[in-house]
Ligand binder design. Structure first.
Ligand code: ADE
Length: 226
């Protein structure tokens, strides 16, 4: 999979994408992530990427030209399955959306300022709009990092244990079962006996019961989701 990120603030993305599993996924070739700085697609001395909104109001709006030029330069190289804009007024990001995106070959993610981007970018380029939740961030960069993290860990060869992603919380609308590691007893709290038996059927049964119990207690809404 190839992910191109279009941003005016490339430094925000560098560290979240260069650690741990996402770093390893890039090293082993599961994903290629390239960050494009919008300032490289300006033509004025000040490398201007934003301007005040027509009609007045607070905040700055990202100009259309650098975004169009950046995206079109990428489209000259390859076709893209999806051009995503991360925005609080997009479709809510869920595990199902992450799974759909993990099946794509080439995607672009455009990050905006909190006041947004010129609407002609949305009309003329964007094919999918994603919100990571009902709150407003100062820009789309952290939202893009969240989307990329959730998608990349689903790619084949990314996690050590391929069953790990399939047994995740949310993968089948259930929360995960509690997990424990050594020691078997700590500060009077004991690891449930069944986990120490080595009886895989009994352990699986216990985990499934725990998943249903946790989901019923914490997120009953998930049980009715299809
Ligand atoms: N940009 C700013 N806030 C956002 C959010 N909640 N989701 C996606 N992109 C955003």
């Amino acid at each position: 999979m190839r992910i191109d990120i279009v941003t005016g603030l490339p430094d925000i993305l560098k560290s979240p994408l260069n650690e741990s599993i996402i770093k390893r996924a890039q090293e082993n070739g599961s994903v290629t992530i390239t960050i494009h700085n919008l300032r490289d697609f300006t033509h004025d001395r000040h490398k201007t990427i934003d301007d005040t909104p027509y009609g007045g109001g607070a905040g700055m709006v990202l100009k259309p030209e650098p975004i169009f030029e950046c995206v079109e330069s990428l489209q000259k190289e390859r076709t893209y399955d999806e051009i995503i804009y991360v925005t609080p007024d997009g479709e809510r990001f869920t595990q199902a959306v992450a799974t759909q995106l993990s099946l794509k070959n080439n995607v672009i993610i455009i990050c905006g300022h909190y006041k947004g981007i010129d609407d002609r970018v949305r009309q003329g380029l964007v094919t999918k709009e994603i919100s990571i939740g009902d709150y407003v961030l100062t820009g789309g960069e952290l939202a893009a990092a969240v989307v990329i993290d959730a998608v990349v860990r689903l790619l084949p060869g990314t996690l050590h244990d391929s069953t790990s992603a399939m047994t995740d919380t949310f993968q089948d609308n259930l929360l995960g079962a509690p997990v424990y590691t050594r020691p078997p007893e700590y500060r009077d709290m004991k690891v449930p006996d069944v986990l120490l038996t080595g009886n895989h059927n009994a352990i699986e049964e216990w985990r499934q019961e725990q998943r249903i119990k946790r989901t019923t207690e914490r997120r009953p809404d998930l049980l009715h989701k299809q």
